[in-house]
Design a protein. Sequence first.
Length: 337
Amino acid sequence: MIDYADVVYGLAWGDEGKGKISNAIANRYDYVCRWNGGPNAGHTVWIKDKKYKTHIIPCGIFQGIPSIIGPGCVLNVKKFQEEISYLEKNDFDVSLIKVSPNAHIITDEHIERDNKELKKKLGTTGQGIAPCYADKMLRCGIRAKDVIDSQFLWDGTLSGKVLCEGAQSVWLDIDHGNYPYVTSSTTLPYGACSLGIPPKYIGRSIGVAKIYDTKSGVDPLFPESLWEDENLNRIIELGQEYGSTTGRKRLVNWLNLDMLIKSIQLSGCDYLVINKLDVLETIGIFKVYYRGMLHTLKSLFDMMDFIRRTLSFLHIKVIFSGNREGRDIGEHFEYGW
C-alpha cells in the first residue's frame, strides 16, 4: 500500500536541475518513478564530484532505490540498453530498473519522421518522441511488453513512500505550454497519477526553477536576439547551458517572475527550489523580470529577498541552491508528514 507520493517537476522550460533535486532526496523513498517523456529528457547528477547522465532511467538508481519507467513514457530500446550498460559499468545495480509493460516503443520510423518533419520547424531533439506518442493515440504503437526482456518489466507494484520524477516542465506541457513549441506529454504534477497512484495519495509537489531562464529549441518567447547579449552568453558558458541530450546551446534570459508565478499557480507546488545561484553570484549581475519590467538588484542577497517578497502571497516554501550535488537543500524538506 502506498503511504504517499511526492512529485518533483519543472516550473519553466526544462533543464531546471530536477535530477539534482530528485537525487538529493531519493534515499527517503521506497520507489522513484518517471511518468512522462523519453530520451528527449536528460538528468545530470553529481555524486562525490563525479558527473553521471541519464535520459530515461530515474534518479533512484543512483541511491539504490527501485526505479520505475511508467506507462506514460516512451522508450528507445537501443538507448535504454546503452544506459543500462553505462550504469552497470559505473557499479549501479541495474536490477532495480523496471519498465511498465504499457510504455510505448520508439521505432526507427519515428526518429526518421521527427528529424524530417519536426526537428527544424519546432526545435525538437529528433528522438522520435512526438511520432511515438502519435502512434500511441492512433492505437497502432508497439509496447514494452512486446520487446523488452522480462527481467526489466514492472509488475505494477508500488508501496510505501514514492517519489515521482517529471521530465520537461510546465511551459512545455502539451496542454498548457506555448503550443506548438511544447513536448508531447503531460508535464504537470497530476501526470504522476498515470503511474497508477490515486490522486488522494499525492503529497508534496516540489517545483524546480533556475535563477535565470533557459530554453532549448525554437520558441518565440526566446527571440534569437538573446544570442547577442554578452552577459547572457557568459551565463551559458559559466552555467554550462548545453542540452544533455543534444549538446546544443540553450538560449538564456533573465528570470521571468511573471511566468514563474503563473506556473506555480497552475501547478500548485508546495516547495519551490531555485537552482544555479552560484552562476549569477560569479558574474555579479542580478536581474529579474517582474510585471513586464526588468529590475536590476545590487546583490544576490537582494535578488533572493526580492523573489521571496514577491512570491510571499503564494504561501510556498522557497529554497535557493547553488550546489551542484544538492547538498544545500536536503535540510529544507521535512521527513514524512
